[in-house]
Design a protein around this ligand. Structure first.
Ligand SMILES: Nc1ncnc2c1ncn2[C@@H]1O[C@H](COP(=O)(O)OP(=O)(O)OP(=O)(O)O)[C@@H](O)[C@H]1O
Ligand SMILES: [Mg+2]
Length: 245
């Protein structure tokens, strides 16, 4: 399906379009853009959009198979996915299995790749101008972002998703270091997993500690290495990319 109109939202890695005839749906286009440092560094990584669309489709399917609800409605293998239009919750839910990234900066008591047991679940308020600050459980409830019941439910879903993906990746010899998830409410007020599950939002390392995620770009700013690592993960997962080589 070709959206023949302007996007209603232009994000750093995706464009969002209205669905031509169903108000309850959106078209999410995965772009080749790659950014780092809250968008301060920005470049193009050829094929990233289609690789990420297929990777997200792969993980959403896996989670749906385990009974979790995702926003994915239709995917034809290109860089566009039809999704349910949700009222997004402006919070990033991060599950951490090993210490990395911003966690080490805010609390240097943790050592790089120190196992976190039980996994740490963090909340970040989505606002680029504030650099997506860490917020507390009580911040979320007292500010009215979510009720206590809603937050409890999302924490529990996040812990479940993290465990499912972590176990799945461990069976492939990979470690899920951390993962960022976003949720929204459907028209019935149900909590639905949204956005994407790709190397842009998780850290996954192989047995030798090589990153199969965006960390490689953050460290080297090399788009070729980024695409190679995304393709390596796709190949381990059995995602067909033979048409884009
Ligand atoms: N099912 C959905 N319904 C409505 N909006 C969605 C849905 N899934 C994801 N979104 C939103 O669509 C946008 C996707 O674009 P992208 O992720 O590129 O934005 P971004 O530049 O990272 O900015 P943001 O900080 O808002 O994520 C995000 O704002 C995301 O929250
Ligand atoms: Mg985003």
């Amino acid at each position: 399906m070709e959206p023949s109109f302007f996007p209603i939202y232009v994000g750093k890695s995706k464009n969002i379009y209205k669905h031509p005839y169903d108000e309850k749906l959106l078209i999410m286009e995965f772009k080749d853009d790659v950014t780092a440092g809250d968008g301060a560094i920005r470049t193009i990584a050829p094929h990233k959009g289609i690789i990420n669309a297929r990777t997200s489709h792969f993980f959403f399917k896996l989670l749906e198979g385990k009974g979790l609800k995702t926003h994915m409605v239709e995917f034809n293998g290109n860089n566009k996915m039809i999704v349910k239009r949700l009222k997004m919750i402006p919070i990033e839910f991060i599950a951490r299995n090993y210490a990395y990234g911003s966690l080490l900066k805010r609390l240097p008591l943790f050592k790089l790749m120190q196992p976190l047991d039980p996994p740490l679940i963090e909340f970040h308020y989505k606002d680029d101008s504030l650099h997506d600050p860490l917020i507390t459980h009580d911040d979320i409830i007292l500010s009215g972002l979510l009720t206590k019941g809603q937050l409890g439910k999302i924490v529990s879903i996040t812990a479940d998703i993290n465990m499912i993906l972590r176990t799945f990746l461990e069976e492939k010899g990979l470690k899920l270091v951390d993962i960022k998830l976003e949720y929204g409410f459907d028209e019935n007020g149900e909590i639905i997993l949204a956005d994407e599950i790709t190397g842009d939002g998780f850290r996954v390392v192989d047995e030798r500690g090589n990153h199969l995620d965006k960390e490689i770009f953050r460290k080297t700013k090399d788009v070729k290495l980024l695409i190679e690592s995304y393709m390596k993960l796709a190949s381990i997962l059995g995602i067909d990319l033979s048409d884009i080589k």
